[in-house]
Design a protein around this ligand. Structure first.
Ligand SMILES: [Zn+2]
Length: 489
């Protein structure tokens, strides 16, 4: 038996101003269109491709890992040219791998392109209509995927991450491979739930989402059920078919729709107890008067989260901390995406205009150079990221990294690669919603989440939805149809 496998990962925030061009993948991320390169990358990276190859090869399947591309940072929509290049390359590589018995596609599920709200659904449709592939098609998705009717129509079976912060890339690839090895046929049912869920209150190890994930594992104990995916959806997408979903892949027997509906209503009924976990600055400044004994405090700027598609331009933490820069009992490591500040630092400036909105400040340049790193925390472990050309500027106890690209991984290696010491710092800034917990091995207790400018606001009611997002709680206080069921049969 033979499986072809391809991977394409990008997350869009349709409220973000800048479209993503192909450099986000080719320069800042991963772009591998030769089988040998994909294999070598999968061998030393925690990724879905790695997990799928491991399971299939242990079962003595022939494998063709034909294409892998991952973004270096999230952004707005993919530009038309960027999406066309990704789609056409992926389809050409899959076609070149034919004939095969099963196709596994590792996709994100929350990408958007200019003119296409559902690139993943579009690719699945093209595999069926343009390539004419009729065999089993197994899909794996990010936990934040927005599951669409096209995904239901064109994929046979679905797996997804079960963790947030995401740390089960290989394990998800393993589950997808096990679905691929199942002889089928499959049935799928989807519960689409009319709400948005705060990503700051949806970790897999405690709280509301944890309860729903355990409900999904219970549902998998039903005889016919093979896999249950829970999708709290990336909320910053102004598109049709938006919503939280639960997706059940079953054998050809009866899908337990009543139990699926029950779990969907349980999720919807949590909606008044979600927290955004934001802390006020007076509280933050008070906590920064002494070190945390578990490691550095993690100043967390969810509204400008680069993994959520924000451009990383906010210097809110710098603005708040400059007045106390000489009083802090340790170093505070900050960062901002600001190529002009990098240029000024390289040219020897001591006065800077940094961030959007801009802040005027003075500092001393400690370092300039190219910032490349491999994540060493528990998320994206081993994956390579680049912040592009960067500079470190010091003012009192503040050490600010200005860089060129909005690298998505808030990992200690980010600061280490420019010569700083996050483990010894009083606090580090992460432009992240929950990834910082895996990266710094920290719990909520060490996180200081603050609100600032950016396109990943946790105040959902303030997000200017025009598409079906406006029909979801809490944008709409009482949605008309809290749970809708879709079926593949
Ligand atoms: Zn995600």
């Amino acid at each position: 038996m033979k499986a072809a496998i391809a991977q394409f990962i990008f997350e869009s925030n349709t409220f973000a101003p800048d479209p993503a061009e192909i450099e986000v993948f080719k320069k800042g991320g991963v772009w591998l269109d030769r089988e040998a390169d994909v294999r070598a990358w999968a061998a030393d990276t925690d990724c879905q491709m790695r997990g799928s190859l491991k399971v299939l090869e242990a079962a003595r399947w022939e494998t063709v890992p034909c294409f892998a591309t991952l973004c270096g940072s999230s952004a707005g929509r993919l530009s038309e040219a960027c999406f066309a290049e990704i789609r056409d390359t992926l389809l050409a590589r899959v076609e070149a791998a034919a004939p095969f018995d099963v196709l596994i596609l590792h996709l994100h599920g929350a990408s958007c392109a200019i003119g296409e709200d559902d690139p993943e659904g579009h690719i699945l449709e093209k595999v069926r209509t343009q390539l004419g592939y009729r065999g089993h098609l197994v899909l794996s998705l990010d936990l934040h995927a927005n599951f669409t009717r096209r995904m239901l129509e064109y994929a046979d079976a679905v797996s997804a991450y079960r963790t947030f912060p995401h740390m089960d890339f290989s394990a998800t690839g393993e589950r997808a491979a096990r679905l691929a090895m199942h002889p089928g046929p499959f049935k799928q049912a989807v519960a689409k739930i009319a709400t948005l869920v705060s990503p700051a209150d949806s970790t897999h190890f405690e709280g509301n989402l944890c309860d729903i994930i355990s409900g999904a594992r219970q549902l998998e104990e039903e005889e016919e059920v093979l896999e249950v995916c829970t999708f709290p959806v990336q909320p910053w997408m102004d598109i049709e078919e938006m919503g939280v979903s639960i997706v059940v892949t079953a054998t050809s027997g009866d899908v337990p729709i009543d139990k699926l509906e029950e779990l969907a209503h349980r999720w919807y009924d949590q909606r008044h107890s979600w927290k955004n976990r934001l802390t006020d600055w007076p509280d933050i400044l008070n906590k920064l008067k002494s070190p945390h004994d578990g490691g550095p405090w993690v100043l967390t700027d969810p509204a400008d989260a680069t993994a959520g598609g924000s451009p990383g331009h906010s210097a809110e933490a710098l603005r708040r901390l400059l007045p106390v820069k000489g009083d802090l009992p340790g170093k505070v490591l900050l960062w901002v995406v600001d190529p002009d500040t990098v240029t000024a630092a390289r040219e020897g400036a001591t006065r800077f205009t940094t961030g959007d909105p801009a802040i005027e400040w003075e500092g001393r340049v400690l370092w300039t150079g190219e910032g490349n790193y491999r994540a060493r925390g528990k998320a994206y472990t081993g994956q390579a990221f680049s912040m592009g050309e960067a500079a470190v500027i010091e003012a009192g106890q503040l050490q600010l990294v200005a860089c060129t690209y909005p690298a998505i991984s808030p990992d200690p290696a980010f600061y280490e690669c420019v010569g700083l010491h996050p483990d010894e710092a009083l606090a580090v800034l992460a432009k992240s919603i929950a990834g910082w917990m895996a990266a710094y091995d920290a719990d909520w207790d060490r996180g200081l989440l603050f609100d600032g400018p950016g396109v990943c606001s946790l105040d959902f009611a303030s997000i200017p939805f025009t598409g079906s997002g406006r029909m979801l709680f809490p944008v709409t206080a009482e949605p008309e149809r809290p749970v809708e069921i879709w079926r593949s049969y």
